[in-house]
Design a protein around this ligand. Structure first.
Ligand SMILES: [Zn+2]
Length: 84
């Protein structure tokens, strides 16, 4: 999603949530994975964010991607709780 190379630590993201019948998975950084699921519910992911392009266009994720762009692939940090 973020466009950085994948490092040693890889997680697998379901573009369509597993609970919604999604079978396909894509490799993703653990931190990116965390941020996606912090930002969007499974219902939102299923309805409008099943592609990397859609995720990158989401304002909060776009801000995260700009921030993480110069971090190394295995960079990880505690992520903040959603402010809802
Ligand atoms: Zn990433």
């Amino acid at each position: 999603m973020c466009g950085r190379p994948i490092g040693h630590r890889v997680e697998w993201h379901h573009p369509v949530p597993k609970s919604r019948g999604g079978r396909e998975t894509v490799p993703i950084h653990p931190i990116c994975h965390r941020v996606i699921h912090r930002t969007l519910t499974n219902k939102e992911l299923e309805r409008g964010f099943a592609t990397a392009e859609a995720l990158r266009a989401q304002p909060e994720l776009a801000r995260f991607i700009a921030w993480v762009a110069d971090k190394p692939p295995d960079f990880h940090a505690p992520t903040r709780r959603p402010k809802r």
